[in-house]
Structures are given as structure tokens and as C-alpha cells.
Design a protein around this ligand. Structure first.
Ligand SMILES: Cc1cc2nc3c(=O)[nH]c(=O)nc-3n(C[C@H](O)[C@H](O)[C@H](O)COP(=O)(O)OP(=O)(O)OC[C@H]3O[C@@H](n4cnc5c(N)ncnc54)[C@H](O)[C@@H]3O)c2cc1C
Length: 387
């Protein structure tokens, strides 16, 4: 492993590393090959309490800060695993925590903390609207003591490995609101009940071993007590959760970045071509050193975002920039890693091609790089709104 200076999170790092060591490359490779779900890995993380890091102690979690939570995600990815299988369980509950009623928090949070219930899924994206979220068409119409949902979502992850899903739907048509961000609401959806009546799940085979789906709603009934917060304020609630999500994803990318750097430095030191280690060539050294510098720089922005978030300060700029820098850095590290493994980079048994596919996703989801540029241009640099 390349040397990184010990930090104040070393105890957490050591404990997560010890757990992850029980799930070596072969485990993750086999699951990837089968397009399976790392059930045993996710269960072990849950039982050890790592996925409940952000849930306050009064609800059965460990009440840690975003910095500690991000270290957990980083270490999972640095170990060769993929937090994408379970990161929703860590941050989706933030919406409930911040905006749920006391009764909702008491009902859901302890069960999420213990792992009895999984809240791994969040349904926002729609095929017809993409990133333009305020134009979503899925509607929830109040009828008596319930809401009736009709519409469609796409790319909704971990539905088959979750008990609950947070759903964003329009409760007031776009034409009837003064601001386009108004009139949307969020609901807790009981997935197993929904599958029996009103929701159809169609898996989307994709480049990564990432369980994700199209969802079709036809008169899905949701009890009114499953509405989180006020009707019509759902989009605002959603935005409130994005800074934590982006910072945690940045940490996952940083974990990936270190994984690629660990592997490639070891390989180029050992692989002899033309009578010397390939790592002796400056053409090999430079892209690896470059990627390392980028990962370290992204790391600084990740900790800046965590520091502000944990102090209750605005951190939208830092969270977005951390996500941007980390996704870019891990991708550069991935490219250097696969390049200098030569042909072996493409062999499944080296795991490089698997991690390469996994880390590529983060330049598109959960927010594409272009949308981060727009955020920085508009909100930080004061340029005109482009959409
Ligand atoms: C594996 C996977 C898992 C996912 N999981 C979930 C999930 O659990 N829940 C969920 O709700 N969503 C999920 N998503 C959806 C994901 O968040 C979206 O794919 C992503 O936000 C981009 O939206 P889109 O695919 O509709 O792209 P589009 O909005 O169609 O955009 C396509 C591309 O065009 C560019 N673009 C678009 N608009 C602009 C603009 N104004 N300026 C400049 N460039 C622009 C961007 O580069 C963007 O990547 C997942 C996606 C994937 C691939």
C-alpha cells in the first residue's frame, strides 16, 4: 500500500480495513462475474454499525460526523469493494432525519440503524426529464387518506435489496406553481408492498455490477403518513441532502484512486521489460505521479467540505468541487493503472478492469461533471443561469 500519513481517523480506518480484509479480491470478482449482490459484505458492514454512522445515537446509530462517514466509504473502496452497493443506506436516511416527524424518525431510524430495514433507494430520475428534475412527470394525487402515484422512474438503484425507497413526485402540476421547484413532495415507499400492487420493477443490465432499475407506477397507493415533511417542499428537502451525498461519493472516488495507485505502483516496480522495471521509465512515472497529486488535492477539498458540513455551515461549493475533483482524479488513476498493467489490465483476475468500470460511473452519476461546472459558474462565479 502506498504510504499516506496517519490522520485522526486511523482507528476507524483500521477497523474498516480489518472487516474488509475478510472480503478479498476474489469475493468481489466473483460477485461481479455473477452480477450478484455482495450480501455477506453489506450484512457485515451493517452488523458492525458502519452504515449507521450518521444516525444519531438516540436512534441507535453512532452519531458520527460526515468526515468519519466519508472515511468509512473511502476505506470500503480502497479495499477493492464498491460502496455503490450500499452507500444509500448511509445517506438516504438524512432526509428523514432532517425533515421527518418525530413519529417517523422513531419508526424508521432505529430499524435502519440495526439493519432490520434497508433504506437503500431514492427515486428521482425520470426518462423524459433527466437532469431537469423540476419537470418530473410522476404525480402523487391526494385521495382521502392516501396518495395515488402514476408515472415512471429510471436508474433507480438497489430496489431489490432495499425495504424502503424515498420517492420524489409532483403533488401540484408544474403549470400551477409560481416557482418550478415548488409542488414536489417526497414519500417513503414500502417496496415489497408496492411490488405487489402498483409498481413494476424492470432491471437495467449495465456496464457496472450496479443493481439499477426502471420503475413503472400505476395507481400505486401510499398512505398519507408516509409523506415526509410538508407537501410541496420535497425538492428543497432533496437539495438539502445533496451535499452529504456528494462528499461521500467524493470519498469513494478517493478510495478508488488510492486503490489504483496501490496496484499500479506495485506492478510497475515488479514488471521487468527491456531489462528494467517499467516504473523506471519517466513516461510511466509521470502519469502515476500526476494521478497521485490529483487524488491528494481532491482529498483536501473532501475534508474542507466535511469540516463545513459538520460545523453546520453552507458547503455546497466545496461538496460539488470535492465530487468533481475526486471523480476526475480516480478516473486518471484508473487510466494510468490499466495502461501500465498492459494486457493484464484487461484480465479479470487483476481486478483493474472491474474497478475501472466502477469508478467511471461517478463522472455521470449522481450528478454529471457538466452540472457541477454550471453550479460553480452560476453560484460561485456569478455568471447567468444557463438553464
Ligand atoms: C448506474 C446508475 C445508477 C443510478 N442510480 C440512481 C438512483 O438510485 N436514483 C436516481 O434518481 N437516479 C439514479 N441515477 C441517475 C443519474 O443520477 C443520472 O443518470 C444523472 O443524473 C444524469 O441524468 P441523465 O442520465 O438523465 O442525463 P441527461 O440529463 O440526459 O444528461 C446527459 C448528459 O448531458 C449533459 N448535460 C445535460 N444537461 C446539461 C446542461 N444543462 N449543461 C451541460 N451539460 C448538460 C451532461 O454531460 C449529462 O451527463 C443512476 C444512474 C446510473 C447510470
Amino acid at each position: 500500500m502506498i504510504r499516506t500519513a496517519p490522520d485522526q481517523y486511523q482507528e476507524i480506518r483500521d477497523a474498516v480495513r480489518a472487516l474488509c480484509a475478510g472480503f478479498p479480491d476474489e469475493y468481489h470478482r466473483k460477485i461481479d462475474g455473477q452480477r450478484g449482490y455482495p450480501e455477506a459484505f453489506v450484512t457485515a458492514l451493517t452488523k458492525a454499525g458502519w452504515l449507521a454512522a450518521l444516525i444519531p445515537a438516540e436512534y441507535g446509530g453512532s452519531g458520527l460526523g460526515l468526515a468519519e462517514a466519508s472515511v468509512i466509504m473511502e476505506e470500503i473502496n480502497r479495499s477493492g469493494g464498491n460502496s455503490g452497493a450500499c452507500h444509500g443506506q448511509m445517506y438516504n436516511m438524512g432526509t428523514l432525519l432532517r425533515h421527518g416527524s418525530k413519529a417517523q424518525k422513531q419508526l424508521y431510524l432505529p430499524k435502519i440503524a440495526s439493519g432490520e430495514w434497508r433504506l437503500q433507494s431514492m427515486a428521482v430520475t425520470e426518462p423524459g426529464t433527466g437532469t431537469d428534475t423540476t419537470r418530473i412527470k410522476t404525480s402523487a394525487v391526494k385521495k382521502g387518506d392516501r396518495y395515488v402515484v402514476n408515472g415512471q422512474k429510471v436508474w433507480i438503484s438497489r430496489v431489490q435489496h432495499s425495504d424502503w425507497m424515498i420517492l420524489l413526485a409532483r403533488t401540484t402540476p408544474l403549470a400551477e406553481v409560481t416557482k418550478k421547484s415548488e409542488g414536489m413532495s417526497i414519500f417513503m415507499v414500502d417496496l415489497r408492498r408496492a411490488e405487489k400492487s402498483g409498481m413494476t420493477v424492470r432491471p437495467i443490465p449495465n456496464m457496472v455490477n450496479h443493481e439499477t432499475n426502471e420503475l413503472f407506477f400505476e395507481n400505486l397507493e401510499i398512505p398519507q403518513e408516509n409523506l415526509i415533511g410538508e407537501e410541496g417542499s420535497g425538492f428543497k428537502y432533496l437539495l438539502d441532502g445533496l451535499n452529504a451525498e456528494r462528499t461521500l461519493i467524493a470519498a469513494e472516488c478517493i478510495g478508488d484512486g488510492y486503490w489504483f495507485l496501490d496496484r499500479v505502483t506495485k506492478y510497475v516496480n515488479e514488471r521487468i521489460v527491456f531489462g528494467r522495471p517499467i516504473g523506471q521509465n519517466q513516461g510511466v512515472q509521470s502519469p502515476i505521479a500526476d494521478a497521485y497529486i490529483e487524488v491528494e488535492a481532491a482529498n483536501l477539498m473532501r475534508y474542507k467540505a466535511c469540516e463545513l458540513f459538520d460545523a453546520g455551515q453552507p458547503c455546497g461549493a466545496q461538496a460539488n468541487m470535492a465530487k468533481y475533483l475526486a471523480a476526475k482524479a480516480s478516473w486518471e488513476a484508473a487510466n494510468a493503472c490499466i495502461q501500465f498493467h498492459g494486457g493484464f489490465g484487461f484480465a479479470n483476475e487483476y481486478d483493474v478492469e472491474r474497478k475501472f468500470r466502477e469508478t467511471r460511473l461517478y463522472q455521470v452519476a449522481p450528478i454529471s461533471t457538466n452540472l457541477i461546472y454550471s453550479y460553480v459558474a452560476e453560484h460561485i462565479l456569478g455568471m447567468p443561469r444557463s438553464f
